[in-house]
Design a protein around this ligand. Structure first.
Ligand SMILES: CC(C)(COP(=O)(O)OP(=O)(O)OC[C@H]1O[C@@H](n2cnc3c(N)ncnc32)[C@H](O)[C@@H]1OP(=O)(O)O)[C@@H](O)C(=O)NCCC(=O)NCCS
Length: 214
């Protein structure tokens, strides 16, 4: 795969489903395999909207009219995340639907719906401490599976860094965990600045906070 023909642009309303589809293909395929199509669609759309509404900087990678990746970046003011007004109403609507669905969902579906939101709560607690890295946050980076390994992730992170710099941010952080692709962040020169073991319920799940220079 050659990423030369890929353009980066801001996310528009029509991108929600495309980002949701990539999100689902990476993390929520089990719901589709179980045949719960409505839950699967809700999971991707809700989580994509949740990330978008806290990302004033949105980078969508497009090739021949198709979305092949995205990087969503938050910025913090006085220790709190700045919201993206374009996506706030979309998020509110999907939050209501996800909350209603979670009332009768089993533990696995509830986790797929709200796991990332809980991670954001951890991020916000970290940012509220006033840590020097809590100026901006890479909220989400996803590449369509067939486009992975072609240099697009690196390009998106480089562009995200440039845009954070434009916003006057000199450092940023992101959340990962010991079951995710955290080596990618090591490889791009970020440092693990904190670990959170509080979600380890005997299954050795450890949340990592990485910090980088914008
Ligand atoms: C992780 C992800 C964003 C990386 O993007 P990508 O386009 O596949 O990565 P790139 O091709 O741009 O790789 C850039 C560099 O990082 C390296 N790299 C990529 N993934 C890596 C990994 N998991 N571990 C270590 N290094 C990695 C590449 O070898 C490459 O090195 P080089 O430029 O020095 O040759 C992408 O694979 C993805 O979306 N994965 C699924 C979702 C995910 O894991 N998101 C982030 C974690 S929550």
């Amino acid at each position: 795969m050659n990423i030369e023909g890929i353009t980066l642009r801001e996310a528009v309303a029509d991108d929600l489903d495309a980002i949701a589809l990539i999100y689902n293909s990476l993390w929520c395929n089990w719901i589709r395999k179980a045949g719960a199509w409505e839950d699967w669609a809700l999971c991707g759309r809700f989580n994509a909207a949740m990330q978008l509404q806290r990302s004033p900087i949105t980078l969508v990678a497009e090739r021949n009219g198709a979305v092949v990746g995205a990087c969503l970046v938050g910025v913090f003011e006085n220790g709190a995340p700045v919201k993206n007004p374009r996506w706030q109403p979309v998020y509110e609507e999907l939050l209501a639907k996800a909350t209603e669905r979670a009332e009768t969902a089993d533990e696995d579906l509830e986790g797929s719906l709200f796991g990332d939101s809980r991670e954001k709560a951890t991020a916000d607690r970290f940012a509220a401490t006033g840590d020097e890295y809590a100026q901006a946050q890479i909220n989400l980076i996803v590449i369509k599976p067939e486009w992975q390994g072609a240099g697009l992730g690196r390009r998106l992170v480089e562009e995200a860094r440039r845009r954070m710099g434009e916003e006057g941010r000199t450092k940023f952080f992101l959340m990962s965990d010991n079951r995710s692709n955290y080596h990618f962040y090591d490889h791009l020169g970020m440092a693990r600045i904190a670990e959170d073991h509080s979600q380890d319920t005997g299954d050795n799940f450890i949340v990592y906070i990485y910090g980088g220079e914008a």
